[in-house]
Design a protein around this ligand. Sequence first.
Ligand SMILES: *[C@@H]1O[C@H](CO)[C@@H](O)[C@H](O)[C@H]1NC(C)=O
Ligand SMILES: *[C@@H]1O[C@H](CO)[C@@H](O)[C@H](O)[C@H]1NC(C)=O
Ligand SMILES: *[C@@H]1O[C@H](CO)[C@@H](O)[C@H](O)[C@H]1NC(C)=O
Ligand SMILES: *[C@@H]1O[C@H](CO)[C@@H](O)[C@H](O)[C@H]1NC(C)=O
Length: 472
Amino acid sequence: MATFRKLMRKVCMALNFCRYRRRILLICSPCFVLITVYIYVSIALTYAMTHGTSAVRPMLPTRFIASGLRFTKDLSPHPEEHFWRTELDNGALWNFIQHITDRRYNPILRKPLDSAEGLSDRSTGRQSGGSCNPDYQVKDAMPDYDMLTTQMKDFVVSMHCRDYPLILEPLDVCDDGPLAKTRAPLLFLAIKSQSGNFKNREAIRKTWGRSGNVMGRESKGGLVRRIFLLGMSKDLLVEDKLTFESKMHGDIIQWDFADTFFNLTLKDVLFWDWFSRRCPHARFIFKGDDDVFVRTPAILDYLLAEEKNEINFTNLTTKQLSLASMQTKMEQFIVGDVINNAAPLRSNQTKYFVPESFYKGLYPSYPGGGGVVYSGSLALKLSRVSQRVHLFPIDDVYVGMCLQRIGVSPIHHPAFLTFDFPIDEPNDPCANHTVLLVHKRSPTDVFRLWSETLTPSPECRNATLRVKRRDA
Ligand SMILES: *[C@@H]1O[C@H](CO)[C@@H](O)[C@H](O)[C@H]1NC(C)=O
Ligand SMILES: *[C@@H]1O[C@H](CO)[C@@H](O)[C@H](O)[C@H]1NC(C)=O
Ligand SMILES: *[C@@H]1O[C@H](CO)[C@@H](O)[C@H](O)[C@H]1NC(C)=O
Ligand SMILES: *[C@@H]1O[C@H](CO)[C@@H](O)[C@H](O)[C@H]1NC(C)=O
């Protein structure tokens, strides 16, 4: 011990701070402790970050799958990159021009513009009123234009035209006096037909398309009005006969455009426009083809029940739920055979062929065009929004595109058989009494089905609507 003290004293003297030794120690010991702790923590952290984590945490998969859903086969693959589109896709003509239009009317990006304003600028090429010439400049936007089918070529050069003049127009289908609202039809039938289909129209007039007061099967029914939507055929003789037919029945509406498959969308757009001017108070619209059979009385029952549900619903929930919210619900009403996640057909052997240079992506949900029912108020909305949606060659897909932009989902009803009965379905003697609509049926079938509907056999009298969902 003595030698140690001597040694210390020597060291102290050498360093010349022995007098302050105690004080220095007193001041610095907390610092030493702090520094030691700091070093320890740093080393521990560095170690944990470089080595420790992989030992503690499992490796994450590149795709995240919520544990509860792992075994669901319906689960779509999780995108590995961001899934929103940041850039304008100019690979497909329709997507490109629609993207520009969507952006321009986006209520978040811009203040809502005047609703009357539509696709009326030069970038979209729409001309208002009068004649509309083919626009061959779009060829430049489609590198494969020359290889397209004729109907696709015809479509792209004229897709900016939609203001075709009326040739035949029925008078007095809907009241437009002061009683317009009280005398408005419950159901307005708008049936797409072609000049030559005289027999189809005749069968419809005498059966499911009868105009006037129609009884439901269970309900009191209501007023039904009918109209046929036509374009022009090339056959002048047929056109003469049609003019005569229009005078006889007053239920033909015809516009001056070629009545081709890819021009069917024009019938929807022009009909919505006509409807909002001439019959805006009709409560429901049936829009369909002239080769379907419709059980109109059953549809009337169904629609009246839907309307009544609506009112009960608002009464039940709360008194504040005003008429306005009921209207909102009815403004979104569209029912039919809903097709989800359909992809464009890419084989030019089908009449539905749409090339990738025109449209990319899946189609939005849409009700099959064979027959669909929607509210009159929705038709008014569709009429407005269609001004901001470029024409698309397939009419029912176009309706889906418009619905998507007003945020409406179509309701699927299994009793709308736009693809006929499933082939593998077991035979049900009352099957014909379980449908609201079936496609496709000849005029002869339509007559037979109608008399069957009016006077069902005793065992089928109580048949109810189909509830099974079509597997597709
Ligand atoms: C259909 O497509 C094939 C190749 O996919 C092409 O050779 C043919 O010319 C096309 N037909 C028409 C009518 O465009
Ligand atoms: C649609 O009708 C217009 C006017 O008749 C015509 O120029 C155009 O070629 C038609 N479009 C199709 C795809 O047939
Ligand atoms: C249903 O109607 C069709 C005519 O469209 C007829 O061929 C068929 O036999 C009918 N089914 C039954 C079970 O009566
Ligand atoms: C149909 O319903 C009525 C009462 O709703 C019943 O009296 C009758 O027996 C039923 N008929 C059949 C065939 O089920």
